[in-house]
Design a protein around this ligand. Structure first.
Ligand code: HEM
Length: 168
């Protein structure tokens, strides 16, 4: 009698197919048990919350996104801002999420590849220009920019808050 037991090569093939499918479907939304924020990224974020009173941010919404200038007269805080933005760009550009439990961040991550980010370091911080390529991406980018403004304005009291989505 043929018990139809899968051979080990069949199992390997199925596993390979599954792994490939996961790799190609790895939008932020599908990350399960993904890697947490590395300590060096958390360190910058905590430094920014600690120093939020020394940070000034000028946010201007545009028809297709926004521009924001975020600076500090304290060179250490200016350096933390630059490092933070670089770290976050690398992380989201690589398909990894942050603050997945916060709806606005989950939505931001899911639409990240529909945005163009132009990041320019300044003497005292960072200038960011973001353009959305879809109507939703424009709204989502602007929403994220407002959350960053709230972080900068209120510091730690904003840290544990969930922020609303704009398209779902
Ligand atoms: C006081 C706290 C914080 C400050 C001052 C700050 C500042 C900034 C600035 C200036 C940008 C560049 C984009 C823009 O100017 O609109 C940015 C981007 C970003 N931040 Fe923060 N941030 C803070 C907290 C956080 C936290 C808690 C998270 C999540 C764990 C976070 C995640 C991100 C992400 C995902 C980006 C997008 C990077 C990109 O555009 O590629 N930030 N932040």
């Amino acid at each position: 009698m043929n018990t139809m037991k899968p051979s080990s090569s069949t199992k390997t093939f199925v596993l390979a197919l599954f792994t490939t499918a996961m790799a190609f479907s790895s939008s932020c939304a599908q990350q399960v048990g993904g890697r947490g924020l590395p300590p060096e990224a958390r360190e910058q974020i905590h430094a920014l919350f600690d120093a939020h009173a020394k940070i000034r941010r000028d946010l201007k919404l545009t028809a297709d996104g926004y521009t924001a200038l975020t600076e500090s007269d304290d060179p250490k805080v200016a350096a933390a801002l630059k490092k933070h933005v670089g770290q976050m760009q690398a992380r989201l550009g690589g398909g990894l999420s942050v603050r997945r439990w916060d709806p606005a961040f989950a939505e931001y991550c899911d639409h990240y590849d529909e945005m163009e980010h132009q990041f320019t370091p300044t003497d005292k911080g960072v200038r960011m220009t973001v353009k959305g390529r879809t109507a939703n991406a424009v709204k989502i980018a602007q929403n994220h920019a407002k959350v960053v403004s709230d972080f900068a304005a209120h510091g730690w009291s904003e840290h544990d808050k969930k922020h609303d989505t704009v398209t779902r």
